[in-house]
Design a protein around this ligand. Structure first.
Ligand code: ATP
Length: 351
């Protein structure tokens, strides 16, 4: 992994201030921030990194965000997990200052976009769902440009090193693979040494190796004390990266907690998924030994259980007693997808 300075949102840059740099407005180490000083406390301050109350956003007839409440603590990676159209991007765009809320309170790093937008922008790193770079510009030139937008931050070499694009420094953007482009866009988001990083579906469309590479960059930023708001519709991504997850659907957060807590809430670590040849009443399935929850998805039945070795034989025996059989059978460890299914009756992803 690259130089940790790149991903350290807590360390101040060693670079001298640039002309136009207004860092002098910020109280120094150990100084007390008073409202009216221009900016609220930095990392470690009492305010959460993100505080949202009653957020609403409509696009014509579409009520994309419907009274969303959200609190992201400093230093945590919070994952907004939900299917397409749940309102994740809209929520993040409001937090990033790209879209105005119709209603509700939004505070980011203790500030509001309306009053402290310029100061706020400098302390955020934003990776959009799709970033359009100029194709005929080289990788290091792109980073130099993004770096010039901020008064302080890591050097271009440090950024290249951190996202492992050193060998591509002189390549044109048009020649990068999908994974390399995503890493470039994360490097651009890190160019101002942000305290809070927004990542909107950062690994959609990437191969497994590129996904893992990106996860490592995110983890190192988080380990260095940075705060992350991540949107994803990949449960494995949320499970790996997020300290807490908000499961979002139809413009609201339905459930929130650590991935382990949410999965524990299902009452069992295993899921048996099967299709019976003859219908079996849910009550009968629920009475099998060790079954915690019974759900249906079309003709498929899903049993959540604690001990697979007790429930599975009992299920097979019961089906035989009824003169039927299991036309399909799978088992898996319970995931956030099961949490979503239990809550909505739908899956996060169809594929
Ligand atoms: P995805 O994973 O597909 O990006 P999402 O959870 O991020 O989904 P949003 O992109 O926030 O969801 O979309 C929420 C709803 O708002 C959807 O119904 C979408 O079609 C609608 N929407 C989003 N942006 C606009 C827009 N600019 N104009 C009109 N409708 C929009």
């Amino acid at each position: 992994m690259g130089n940790p300075i790149v991903a350290s949102p807590l360390r101040s840059s060693t670079e001298p201030p640039r002309p136009g740099d207004d860092q002098s407005r910020r109280p120094g180490d150990g100084e007390v921030w008073h409202s009216g000083d221009g900016e609220p406390p930095g990392p470690g301050g009492a305010e959460p990194a993100i505080l949202v109350r009653g957020l609403h956003k409509r696009y014509g007839d579409v009520h994309a965000v419907q009274g969303l409440d959200l609190e992201v603590r400093r230093g945590e990676c919070y994952g907004l997990l939900g299917p397409n159209g749940a309102g994740k991007t809209t929520t993040v765009e409001v937090l990033e200052g790209l879209t105005r809320a119709d209603d509700g309170e939004v505070r980011v790093l203790g500030m509001t976009w309306g009053q402290q937008g310029k100061a706020l922008r400098r302390r955020l790193g934003i990776q959009l769902q799709e970033t359009r770079f100029t194709e005929k510009v080289r990788v290091d030139e792109t980073l130099r440009l993004f770096r010039s937008f901020y008064p302080s931050g890591p050097s271009v070499e440090e950024l290249l090193d951190h996202v492992q694009l050193q060998e591509k420094r002189r390549s044109y953007v048009r020649d990068l693979s999908g994974g390399q482009r995503q890493r470039l866009s994360v490097a651009c988001a890190l160019a101002g040494n942000p305290e809070l990083l927004f990542l909107d579906e950062p690994t959609t469309g990437l191969d497994p190796q590129s996904r893992r590479a990106l996860w490592e960059i995110v983890e190192s930023f988080r380990e260095a004390g940075g705060t992350i708001l991540l949107t994803t519709h990949f449960m494995d991504e949320a499970e790996r990266l997020a300290d807490r997850v908000g499961i979002m659907d139809r413009g609201r957060i339905l459930e929130e907690g650590s991935p382990a807590e949410l999965i524990r809430g299902l009452g069992g670590a295993h899921v048996i998924e099967f299709e019976p040849s003859n219908p079996v009443p849910e009550e009968e399935l629920a009475s099998l030994p060790g079954v915690q929850m019974v759900r249906s998805r079309g003709d498929t039945r899903l049993l959540t259980c604690r001990e697979l070795h007790r429930t599975l034989p009992a299920l097979v025996t019961r089906m035989a007693e009824r003169g039927g059989e299991l036309t399909s059978l799978h088992t898996h460890r319970a995931t956030l997808d099961d949490v979503f299914l239990a809550r909505t009756g739908r899956q996060l992803r169809d594929d």
